[in-house]
Design a protein around this ligand. Sequence first.
Ligand SMILES: [Zn+2]
Length: 274
Amino acid sequence: MNTRSYLYQTKKKKKWPWIIGLLFILLAGGGAFFAHQQGYLALNELFDEVPQEEPEPIVEQQPEEVEPEPIPEPEPEPEPEPEVDRSGAKGYEGNEVLPQEPTYMSGILMASKQYPLPQDFVPTDEMLQEVQQAFAELAAAASLDGYELVAFSGYRSFERQQELYERYVANDGQEEADRYSARPGHSEHQTGLALDIGEKNFEQHFARVSFGDTEAGKWLAENAHLYGFILRYPEGKEKITGYMYEPWHFRYLGKELALEIVNSGLTVEEYIEQ
Ligand SMILES: [Zn+2]
């Protein structure tokens, strides 16, 4: 029994370490597998998070980089600001006092919101005759093309302009009157070199923007400079010339100067400052 039991015990003793060893291997293997699974998941999560984080800074950086760009882009808008706004009452600012002598710039006798005439300026008969003769030539050319032009307004004295301006202010208020009528001393009509032109029998277009859409008005805009006259207040140049579009108002400059200014594409204001 002793021997047997000893043997039995020995056999038993030999069996248990094997079972424990097997269990240990299974547990260790399971544990290792579990740890590996966890490690894999942890790595996977990290891997997932990395590409998620990467596009985020790109998305965040893009608006940061794009946003500062549109800010300098609108800068070109302030560029027109240096351009002096001579429209309305603004054009008179700092130029309200009439000078003692007339202003000539690039050979042009100025009469504008910026450069007024002396109150006592009166054109010479010679000047008035030259304009009259030039208009006669212009009208003759227009007549050949079928348009009978008339000058319904020419030389206007300081006193007459004062009378007109005060009437316009009474009717429309100063703000509106300053857009279409000159204050006394600032009217080109006081030079005697400006004419308001229309078509005979079409008085409904006299001193009206609609004249620019008539065939006669178009002919005049295209040909006046050949006879020494220029369309003084073109469309869209109100802030430069100081006056709204006046397709009827022409300024006599002589053929040479009129041709040069028309070819330059500039208004008188721009031409004298270039
Ligand atoms: Zn006029």
